[in-house]
Design a protein around this ligand. Sequence first.
Ligand code: BMA
Length: 892
Amino acid sequence: MTLRGNIFISVLGVLFCLFVGVLSGFSSVPEQQRRTQSLDGKWSLSNSNGSLSLPAEVPGCVHSALQQQGFIQDPYFRFNDVSYRWIALDNWTYTTTFNVVAQARTKQKVLLAFEGVDTVASIWLNGVIVGNTDNMFRRYDFAVRHLLKDGDNVLKVSLLSPVLYASQRRDAHSAYRVPPECPPDVQKGECHVNFIRKEQSSFSWDWGPSFPTMGLWKGVRLEAFDVLQLIQVSSVPLYNFSLSQWRVQVELLVDAVQTTNGQITVSVPELGSEQTFRTQFLSGETKNTFILHINTSSQVKLWWPNRHGDQPFYQLTVRGFQDGFLILNTKSKVYFRTVELVQEPVVGSPGLSFYFRINGKPIFLKGSNWIPAHSFQDQISPAVLRNLLQSAVDANMNTLRVWGGGVYEQDLFYSICDELGIMIWQDFMFACAMYPTESDFIQTVREEVVQQVRRLKSHPSIIIWSGNNENEAALATDWFSIPASQRPLYVKDYVTLYVNNIREIVQDEDQSRPFLVSSPTNGAESEQEGWVAANPYDPHYGDTHFYSYIHDCWDWRAFPRTRFASEYGFQSWPSFSTLQPVSVKEDWSYDSNFTSHRQHHADGNQQMLLQAASHFNLPNSTDPLKRFTDTLYITQVMQAQCVKTQTEFYRRSQTEIIEGKGHTMGALYWQLNDIWQAPSWSSIEFGGKWKMLHYFAQNFFAAILPVGFEDEDTLFIYAVSDLSHDLKLRAVVTVYSWTDLDPVCSLKSDPLLVPGGSAVAIFKQPVADLLAGCGRCTRLTCLLTFHLEDSGGQQGPTNHHFLCSPKDAQGLQRPNITAKVQQDKTGLTVTLHSASVAAFVWLDVGDIPGRFSSNGFLMVSRNMTVSFTAWRQTSVAELSRSLTITSLTDVY
Ligand code: BMA
């Protein structure tokens, strides 16, 4: 977080920071000694030949301005991503005119500060160039005192087309190519994004459009001061395990006009800890570090991940004095927690473990991967961010990986994660490519890394830094057909960028959390192999990414028994209500131009149907619209069931080693959210609507989970527990016939000890024996539900296991479900009545924002009530009108 710019500034979201400029002779310094003037608001914007000229909001971007002023339609509408390609091929200039109060101009130093420029720009003040930018992930400031004048001052930011710039940089790099050069045609994107320090997915991705943005995406300010100003404060608690002692490393980033002596007092009053330091702020921008020892380490309340404990914080105060006069005074939050990435030998297995210990406790990481929530960052509201993160927590996640092809997220994102207990695996922004290493590229990356680590390191939610997404794998498994003779050159560039520069800076700036060079990686083993392992997907080491669209996803044997699954997933389509606003009637069929246009993953639409067809009948309605919406539904059913199977496999592999593999300690599926309305791997649609997968995640990430699967025709049930205490659990299996809502029979296993943080097999029986014992059942006529219980009753959700593909099930009928919407004092509810067993029962209320307590479920009871949490005002009438109910047999 950058504190520059306000007198009262929010630090980590809630508390405030007060900076007071230095002035001798007064015991406290009047506010007017430091002047901050925001230059945010309405600027004017024009293209290179002046044919377009319009007002533009700062922070903002060219696309948003053009849309807001009615020059273009919604860029997400139909094929507009391609129609509006011209925008990023042009150069654009932002201009503003402002006056500066006389007192500001008399200050010793006046800085023009840009929190974020997207991306390649020259900056002109009153006709004089003050500097250039080339990196959207950096803050820039320029000394401008000598250029300011009375009356109107004119500030111009001239932005170069990022597409043309990237291509020029590629041409200038003639010695060897830096692949992939261009994205696959199906992505309809732009080339050479790896040559520009900008959101890599803005040139298109396999789930996103090409909108190479340009603009001032963060704030612009003038800062005027006489002696010094505080730019940033960070605090990182460090724990000495052998002494059982906490200390807090506090860093002040200060810009001093001249060398200044002073005293700094750092305290955490609630822990009775305070220390005063003599210090010297050297002239220019410097970092001063202070270590506060915490006296009462045993009393420190710790920050815990979601569902493992609370997220308490303390107030940290820093005050600065010069000759007895207060020169700075800040308050911020400090959270205490430790994180260790454990890579050590595993009994009975070659390789090394790979898991996280938080506050000394091994924790299974459950969650997903985060991508940018919008192509135009200025259109992401705080409410949208909070809703997405709350949805992650509501699905029992404890971790998100901020993926390296997007952006370092805004401060609020991390503050919400701190508050909700979401652990963040933070990539640096490099993805799926080789990168150049010329000195100016390295220099701008170095500055980016320093700034981002300093901005973010106070957040307890961030538990690991990771150098890039999939670039070790790309090199190791030769994605880009690099001739063997040239490979050393690329390995050298890889090590230069991620190891010798990024890793070195991160380790220097932050000793409180681990650093990994890539994901996937073999971690310590990759290091042994010169940082690029022969096979970075080796399940015996580190993390893996695994995708297979050809294998039957119901067969767990297809999945690697990895130490840590940081990416895996399947695509689905969003619901009709999400697609409708960006499409027209002729688009609403699975083979329309629109449907193939929005699909950026080669063969993706076919892969979804093929995967679905292995277990479900595909929709065959003669009504084209119904056939389309049924197809959207069936892709969601397929995705939910596939990711469920894979996640359950990872969770049940937590404790075992089988054939030398196992001890899986993380499952982060690809991907949480969407950037636009299109098919993707996400579990939440653009706009926030939960797909069926997200409802399934609530269950498959539950703290206590029964997992059922077959091995060689024997049914196993595992009890998986994320709790800290032991339980004595038994499995209860209920057999139903597809034709009947009354159970055929029920079985109970003996109670077994399930230690906290483990997965234990508690039920095992050949399917043939189970069915024979149950009487009138075959694999085709019956299905199973099961749950766990102890003396206190059911623990965790009820799960199910199909004994055949639903398409082969005998007796599955149309359930003719009826629904009644009601409102009581707890809120809105929907009570369903079904005439028969119904699978994947899906309630949809169109574009009414909100979520059900449960959805996509198996209905083996006549009546069932779910609640609806609305995200805006709604009514029984509106909900009843909008509600549709679909189950598996309704689509054929
Ligand atoms: C991985 C990710 C993304 C991609 C996803 C789905 O490669 O890191 O690059 O979107 O798979 O293909």
